[in-house]
Design a protein around this ligand. Structure first.
Ligand code: DAH
Length: 330
C-alpha cells in the first residue's frame, strides 16, 4: 500500500487529493479494508501486522496533511492572483475648478499691497454722485465726467465708474494716516474690442501728515509693484491729467510683446499704458475734511493686467467662459 504515498505526493489539485483521501481513509477505503482483513491474520502475527498497519496509516496521514497544506497554499496564491485589483489603472478624474484668471491677477495685486501693510477697503457698487464724482473734484460741469460714460438709475444714483469713491468713503470714516487699496467691479457704458460694460479696478491711496508722502514714494512703490507683476520691464511716468490728483501721471511699461521694439499691440510706440496715478488733489482733501496732509493715489484695470501677464490678445475671451481658455489657468 506504500504506493499510495507516491499518489498523494503526485496529487495536482485539492479535488484530486480529496478523491485519494476517500480511496485511502474512507469507510470503504484501503485502510478500512486492511484493518477488516486483520480477522484473517493468524493470532500470533496480529500484533506485528497491526503495528505495521498503524505505522503505515501514520505515514499516509502525514503525507496527506503535507500535500494538503502545499496544495492549499498554491490555491490561495492563485486566487489572490486572479482577484487582484490593478490600482494603477487609469480612470478619468473629476475636473476641479479654479479661480478665473482675472481673479487670480486680482489676488496677486492684493497680495503685493497687503504684504506692505495696505488695508483692503470695499464700497458699494451702486454709488451716488457725491462719492463717485463731486468729492473727487469732478463737479457737474466738469468735462471729464464725459470720460466715464455712466449707468444712471432713475433716482439719480449710479453704478460706480471707478473704485476711486472708496478713497472718499475711507477718508470720511477714518483719520489719517491711511494706507489702503480697494479692489472691485466697476461699470461703464462702453462696449467694443477693448472695453466691456463691467470690469475690475484696484485703487490705491496713501495719506499721512503733510510732507510725509511724496511723489518719490509713489514712484518707488509703483516701480517695485510693476517689476513684481511684469518682471524686468522699463517703466516711465508720463505727465497726464486726472481731476482727483495734481500732479498726475500715467505709467507705461516697455511692451512685453516686442520688448520695446514696436508692434501692433503697443501701436508701434514700444510702450504699454498700465495705470494712472498722482498726488491727491487738495480739493479732494477739502471734500473729506482733511487738513495738513499729503498723499498719493493710483488706479489700475485688472483685466488689462491679466491680459498682459498672460498675453491674452482679446479682452472678450475673459468673459466668454470658454473652458479651453480657462482650463489653462488651473
Ligand atoms: N479712477 C481712474 C479711472 O477710473 C483711475 C485712477 C487714476 C485712479 C489716477 C487714481 C489715480 O487714484 O490717481 O480711470
Amino acid at each position: 500500500m506504500e504506493h499510495w504515498i507516491d499518489k498523494i505526493d503526485a496529487a495536482d489539485s485539492l479535488e484530486e487529493l480529496e478523491s485519494i483521501r476517500i480511496a485511502i481513509f474512507g469507510k470503504k477505503g484501503e485502510l478500512a479494508r486492511a484493518f477488516a482483513d486483520m480477522k484473517n491474520v493468524p493470532a500470533e502475527e496480529k500484533p506485528k501486522v497491526a503495528k505495521e498497519l498503524n505505522l503505515l496509516k501514520h505515514s499516509l496521514t502525514q503525507a496527506f496533511e503535507k500535500r494538503k497544506a502545499t496544495l492549499e497554499a498554491k490555491a490561495l496564491e492563485e486566487r489572490l492572483k486572479a482577484e487582484a485589483l490593478d490600482v494603477s489603472l487609469y480612470t478619468p478624474r473629476p475636473q476641479s475648478g479654479a479661480l478665473h484668471p482675472v481673479m487670480q491677477t486680482m489676488d496677486r495685486i492684493i497680495e503685493y499691497f497687503t504684504d506692505l501693510n495696505f488695508a483692503v477697503e470695499t464700497g458699494p457698487l451702486v454709488e451716488d454722485e457725491f462719492h463717485n464724482f463731486e468729492a473727487l473734484n469732478l463737479p457737474d460741469y466738469h468735462p471729464a465726467r464725459d470720460m466715464q460714460d455712466t449707468f444712471y438709475f432713475k433716482d439719480g444714483k449710479l453704478l460706480r465708474t471707478h473704485t476711486s469713491p472708496v478713497q472718499i468713503r475711507t477718508m470720511m470714516e477714518q483719520k489719517p494716516p491711511i494706507r489702503m487699496i480697494s479692489p472691485g467691479a466697476v461699470f461703464r457704458r462702453d462696449f467694443d474690442l477693448t472695453h466691456t460694460p463691467q470690469f475690475h479696478q484696484v485703487e490705491g491711496l496713501m495719506v499721512d501728515r503733510k510732507g510725509n508722502v511724496s511723489f518719490a514714494n509713489l514712484k518707488w512703490i509703483l516701480e517695485d509693484f510693476l517689476h513684481t507683476m511684469f518682471g524686468e520691464v522699463d517703466i516711465r511716468f508720463r505727465p497726464s491729467f486726472f481731476p482727483f490728483t495734481e500732479p498726475s501721471a500715467e505709467v507705461d511699461i516697455s511692451c512685453i510683446f516686442c520688448e520695446g521694439k514696436g508692434c501692433r499691440v503697443c501701436s508701434h510706440t514700444g510702450w504699454l499704458e498700465v495705470l494712472g496715478c498722482g498726488m491727491v488733489d487738495p480739493n479732494v482733501f477739502k471734500a473729506v475734511g482733511y487738513e495738513d496732509v499729503s498723499g498719493y493715489a493710483f488706479g489700475l484695470g485688472v483685466e488689462r493686467f491679466a491680459m498682459l501677464i498672460h498675453k491674452i490678445p482679446d479682452l472678450r475671451s475673459l468673459f466668454e467662459g470658454d473652458l479651453r481658455l480657462l482650463e489653462q489657468f488651473q
